[in-house]
Design a binder for this molecule. Sequence first.
Ligand SMILES: Cc1cc2nc3c(=O)[nH]c(=O)nc-3n(C[C@H](O)[C@H](O)[C@H](O)COP(=O)(O)OP(=O)(O)OC[C@H]3O[C@@H](n4cnc5c(N)ncnc54)[C@H](O)[C@@H]3O)c2cc1C
Length: 423
Amino acid sequence: MQPLILEQASQFGGNCKGESIGTNLYSLGPAYISIPETNSPSHRMLNEIGVLKYGRVETAAQKEVFLNGKVLPNFWSGAHESPTVFAQMKQVLKKYKDNPAAFNHMSVNQWLRQYFPHITTTLYEYFQYYAWSSFGGTLDEIAAGEFLSWQASEQNGILVFPGGNSLITQLLFQNLRAAVGPAQLRTKSAVLKVIPGNGFVDVVVEESLYKLKTIRTKFVVMAAPKFVAKKIISPIPANQLRVMDSIEYRSFMVGNVTLRKTIPSKGFDLYCLKKEIPKIPTPNATFSRGFTDVIFSNWAQGDKGSPCTLTFYKAFPYQGARQFLLSPFAHNKHRDFLLTELQNYYPELGITNSDIGAVRMTLWGHSVPVCQAGLASSKELALASQPIGNIVFANQDNLVSPAYESSESTALEAANHILRRFR
Ligand SMILES: Cc1cc2nc3c(=O)[nH]c(=O)nc-3n(C[C@H](O)[C@H](O)[C@H](O)COP(=O)(O)OP(=O)(O)OC[C@H]3O[C@@H](n4cnc5c(N)ncnc54)[C@H](O)[C@@H]3O)c2cc1C
């Protein structure tokens, strides 16, 4: 078997991209994964490609947040608000680790009202920002089971690599190139049409400007999101197309601020809380602050990288943000929001204006599917990723779960599906 991998961008990695300045590696987006169980397929793959040895674990006890601009250590102890409520939540989360599907019919807010109405202000604020920043949706939208299983998994700690998840894609790329040869990995190759045939699939690729080529292959793994797949696969059964249409996607802004000065990391990913219930952003009343959370990229390198880069996240947890992000003014506008907000953190970080070196903004358009209550884990959703002839789907949106784990598990399923057909 000689797989051919076609990528429209000039680099592989999809959302998982990173950069380095000096000896510091930082992510332009995806930053961490859950800790894979020893000997699970994920653990074996990460070990085989040689990334696991670079990972650093952040435990729940190490979870810091900013509270009104000051670092609050061990957020999950609840010492700042109510140790009893935080302990109860940790206890409840244990039940949700392995069975998200059972509560995916209801939103997190519905679940909270029914099962945990006594939640405290900072815990709710943290959950709301986590929903925006990790799911691109609000607590009114996100499926409770999925949300709670992520929270439960984070109680066991998270696994962080230098450069975030881009180190995984980098090493995966290097391993693939060694295994199948560089000619089989093609960037700047946009797939324009995928046409299922009888025991084969025709793939129309734009190899370079005005140069189209049709490749006949036995199988296609469609790893692009459904909002692309539905436009390029033809024909698609009407009921499948309808479900593909129902998946919503959300936008993000990520800002990497490189400092002229080396400062110690205050933790890994710190949410910026105020002990206030956040107002839900809408297209007409957007989130007034510059970011919800900040990552100290140097944390993954044990503070050995230089210079320091801080990575700021701002999600747009509503439909229709993408069109505004594409405007040429968006970069500057969001950079100014970010830098103005950052000034509130100068005293705690021990920096001033003159320590700001470079700012790099990444505006992610339709980057993550919304894990809608009712849609996640439903039979309806499964229909969106039903194979069409010899086309199989592998993307985070198969599960509307915007995470490395869902991309990886759906890729494994697609590979097994094809291997079974060969046997
Ligand atoms: C800001 C941000 C932060 C995130 N943080 C985390 C995190 O900390 N941890 C985590 O686990 N997840 C995180 N995620 C979720 C992340 O999206 C997933 O982890 C994962 O990267 C999704 O991978 P994928 O392969 O399913 O999709 P994608 O990364 O979207 O890959 C799809 C690929 O298909 C290509 N493509 C599309 N159309 C075509 C075409 N016509 N022809 C050829 N190629 C095409 C695209 O260019 C792209 O490379 C984050 C996402 C964002 C945006």
